[in-house]
Design a protein around this ligand. Structure first.
Ligand SMILES: Cc1cc2nc3c(=O)[nH]c(=O)nc-3n(C[C@H](O)[C@H](O)[C@H](O)COP(=O)(O)OP(=O)(O)OC[C@H]3O[C@@H](n4cnc5c(N)ncnc54)[C@H](O)[C@@H]3O)c2cc1C
Length: 289
């Protein structure tokens, strides 16, 4: 297992975040052993997936950060049932399903996150489509309170970009089981291609975290001048997308401030509160402090 102290800017899509002690288990057994060790010694930790939905403090993170991208990589199929490790990337999972003549999640082909992160965020398509990863989910295998156990989907609450996992800092998603609809591989490929075609025009060349505001809350277009709106190193490229244009990692708060302030000034009904996990309500981004 790799253990390093490193800037989290190197591990997040926004390229923002100070230093933290990082552990990168390479197998599920290593991950569970590490979690058990933390549990036994009362050592707090934070889970990092692919960092595509995180805004990390410039001050870094005091807790041990456990990066899960390499630990739980298995994907197994049994008829229409898929058991997928939490570290598997969403597009990789979609591809594996397509090859099995299974469908349901082609719209997640453009999501650069892990299955664990996607379940935690209840990742999906825009709110009006009513499609999220919870749709075909049957159960989730988690680490909780020193042991590995299975949660039935009925025991988990899902709302727009919310899952119960956001209320439990110490729960770690290890794998998930889905019951997927049958679909010809060719149809699945066409849907995945169509999805990528749709997102092609979006700015992805600069560090960003996808949509910033939750669906329904969008910066009024007239507030975005031609060429975008900038505050510090944060740049609104559209009504719902911020890019981070700075080179260093000292601008995290400015980017966060921009999202919060713009939302508050333009959307008076929006609250700007943070819960204990540092969730900024106006955005789908998660603070890591
Ligand atoms: C270009 C771009 C496009 C995007 N498009 C979409 C989209 O279409 N739809 C959408 O919903 N989102 C989208 N996102 C947001 C993001 O990709 C998703 O929310 C993704 O599912 C996050 O996964 P991650 O592995 O990157 O999680 P991270 O950003 O690493 O972590 C997010 C949160 O999940 C927790 N977490 C991660 N893994 C686990 C685990 N195994 N167990 C417990 N907690 C865990 C972390 O602790 C953290 O709190 C986009 C982001 C980008 C950058």
């Amino acid at each position: 297992m790799k253990r390093i102290t490193e800037s989290l800017a190197d591990h997040t899509w926004l390229k923002i975040g100070g230093k933290a002690e990082l552990a990168v288990p390479e197998t599920k057994a290593e991950l569970v052993d590490l979690l058990q060790e933390c549990h036994a010694h009362d050592r707090p930790y934070r889970i990092l997936g692919n960092g595509s939905n995180l805004l990390v403090s410039d001050e870094g993170v005091d807790q041990l950060v456990i990066k899960t991208t390499e630990a739980c990589t298995d994907v197994e199929f049994d008829g229409n049932r898929a058991n997928v490790g939490a570290s598997v990337m969403a597009p990789q999972f979609v591809n594996a399903c397509i090859e099995q003549d299974l469908g349901g999640y082609e719209y997640l082909y453009s999501v650069p996150g892990t299955i664990g992160g996607a379940i935690y965020m209840n990742a999906g398509r825009g709110k009006s489509y009513g499609l999220t990863i919870a749709d075909h989910l049957e159960s989730v295998e988690i680490f909780d309170d020193g042991e590995v156990r299975e949660l039935d989907v009925d025991e988990i609450e899902f709302r727009h970009r919310y899952s119960s996992f956001q209320d439990y800092d110490d729960w770690v998603i290890l794998s998930a089981t889905f019951d997927l609809p049958s679909q010809q591989a060719e149809e699945g490929r066409a849907k995945a291609r169509e999805r990528m075609q749709k997102v092609k025009s979006r700015e992805r060349s600069k560090p960003n975290a996808g949509s910033v505001f939750k669906s329904g809350a969008k910066l009024p277009l007239q507030k975005v001048p031609p060429g975008g709106l900038s505050v510090g190193d944060a740049h609104f490229v559209s009504k719902n997308r911020i890019c981070h244009t700075g080179g260093g990692n000292k601008q995290g708060y400015r980017t966060a401030d921009l999202a919060g302030k713009v939302a508050q000034s333009t959307l008076p009904t929006v609250r700007n509160t943070r819960s204990r996990v540092g969730y900024l309500e106006v955005t789908s981004l998660l603070y890591y402090e």
